[in-house]
Write a protein that binds this ligand. Structure first.
Ligand code: SF4
Length: 492
């Protein structure tokens, strides 16, 4: 779709709205391009209001959407830009809704952290009811999403109230997997191609842990939660995992750590011996990530295990006494249907997991689904899957405690972490609500540095691939130095 802007250059805001309504369209900014579909978005700034008019021509139909947002003369540059973006999104939303006859469930909200927005309003003193009205009247968010959003915001605020300024979380990335899933865009390497890198990777990681632990101690910080992800950490052998966790526990002071979580993502990497290693080192939460319990879907996404393998793994995990067990599911995978998803969720509920995370498929660049043009369920079918998950999980006494959205999601929906009361995954809340810093070690991740008092957030991106991580020690050193510098600057 050709996009023409007058009086602003809010590309990101318009592109996000474009994705929500017209996922098959790509933005074209060349004014001379011959495109059938076109949107002209004009912003004018008065003394009292920002007014935006969007004229949208799509498939032979032309509609106009007008928004007016109250101007705040005291707004700083950042807040002023946010006001302009809000006006732009609303006007595009109004035009697109008329053209398509569709109201996306998140209305005109396009950000990836809607619960953070709601939490901000609650912190300003608004009641949940007032926030609900604001989400309804200003952003046209559906009732189901408003409820989810406000509940997740409240869970975030509860977690925030228990944090201290010196708290941070620690993340370790193990970017190896047995095979590559069709929807994956992570930088994880399939073990069959990179087995030889696992030992050298571990050696470098042990060294980074030693230096990071010293730095954390010197800065006077406390590890509040630990999370090992990837990739699939349980791709490591039981012996390698033992070596890694022994070194981790000896290096870091984990006396303030309220959560020790390890992704045991793929059932084909889990056995009793490995799970026992996790338990022996204090792991109190694992995440098993089957994504589906339909064999046809597992096959379509490139998994080498069956639903029966998952059932067996879950039986093992729950019998061994892990305090919390999460299961990850994805709505919208190739070969899935609303009935299949319903069977998957019902089975998950029968396994005894106290956390179930329901993701919506996000079509990411580089994923096999896109490269191979695999057929996926329609947005309507995905909507039915998610509707079922909301009613089934609420019926089983689960509540939503964190949620986020991603680009290129089927139907522009969301990912939601559900749990029974008291089983909230703290790390998930901290990272999604950006409540404190996440110090990341290993390859494939990023360190996020958060100064909550000043509202400052900075990121450091790590080596993407194991090979780069192993061969560039100066990058590891620089990442740690950047982290330390951030904290030293905070203390000034
Ligand atoms: S298990 Fe996760 S990281 Fe590994 S290939 Fe599948 S989606 Fe990617």
């Amino acid at each position: 779709m050709k996009l023409l802007f007058k009086g602003h250059d809010a590309r990101y805001a318009v592109e996000q709205s474009l994705l929500a309504f017209f996922p098959q369209e790509r933005p074209v900014y060349d004014p001379a391009a011959r495109e059938k579909n076109q949107a002209t978005v004009t912003l004018s700034q008065g003394k009292k209001y920002i007014t935006v008019v969007t004229t949208l021509c799509y498939a032979g139909c032309t509609k106009r959407g007008i928004s007016r947002v109250l101007w705040d003369p005291s707004a700083d540059a950042y807040a002023a830009e946010r006001l302009r973006q809000r006006a732009v999104k609303l006007s595009f939303f109004k035009a697109a809704r008329q053209v398509t006859g569709v109201t996306p469930s998140w209305g005109a909200l396009t950000g990836i952290r809607p619960a953070k927005l709601a939490a901000g309003y609650l912190e300003q003193g608004m009641t949940p009811r007032q926030v609900d009205r604001l989400l309804r009247d200003t952003y046209c968010v559906s009732q189901t999403r408003r409820e989810l959003c406000i509940e997740a915001a409240q869970a975030g605020l509860k977690a925030k109230a228990e944090l201290h300024p010196e708290d941070i979380s620690l993340y370790i990335g193990i970017p190896f997997c047995p095979t590559r899933c069709a929807y994956c865009s992570f930088v994880s390497q399939a073990v069959e191609k990179s087995f030889g890198l696992m030992e050298p990777y571990l050696e470098v990681l042990l060294g980074e842990i030693t230096r990071a632990a010293q730095m954390v101690e010197d800065l006077g910080l406390h590890i509040k939660s630990f999370y090992m992800g990837g990739g699939t950490p349980t791709t490591l052998s039981a012996g390698q995992m033992d070596r890694l966790l022994t070194h981790l526990n000896r290096s870091f002071d984990l006396s303030h750590c309220a959560e020790y979580c390890i992704e045991a993502g793929r059932p084909d990497t889990i056995d009793r011996e490995k799970l026992q290693v996790l338990l022996d080192h204090g792991c109190d939460r694992i995440s098993v990530n089957p994504q589906s319990l339909e064999d046809s879907v597992l096959q379509a996404i490139g998994r080498r295990h069956t639903a029966a393998d998952i059932e067996q793994t879950m039986g093992l995990a729950t019998s061994m006494g892990f305090k919390h067990v999460n299961m990850d599911l994805i709505a919208g995978l190739p070969a899935d249907t609303p009935e299949g998803f319903r069977r998957t969720l019902d089975k998950c509920l029968s396994f005894g997991a106290d956390n179930i995370t329901v993701h919506t498929l996000a079509l990411k660049k580089g994923s096999r689904i896109l490269l191979e043009g695999q057929k996926i369920p329609s947005a309507e079918a995905v909507g039915q899957m998610l509707d079922y998950s909301v009613s089934a999980l609420r019926g089983a006494d689960f509540h939503p405690y964190y949620l986020y959205r991603q680009k290129y999601m089927s139907g522009s929906f969301e990912n939601i972490g559900w749990c029974i009361s008291g089983a909230e995954g703290l790390y998930n809340i901290y990272i999604m609500e950006e409540l404190h810093s996440i110090l990341s070690l290993g390859a494939g991740g990023s360190t996020k540095m958060v100064d909550p008092a000043a509202g400052r957030i900075e990121r450091v991106f790590h080596a993407k691939y194991p090979n780069e991580y192993i061969t560039r020690p100066e990058k590891i050193q620089k990442n740690l130095e950047d982290f330390a510098d951030f904290y030293r600057s905070m203390k000034k």
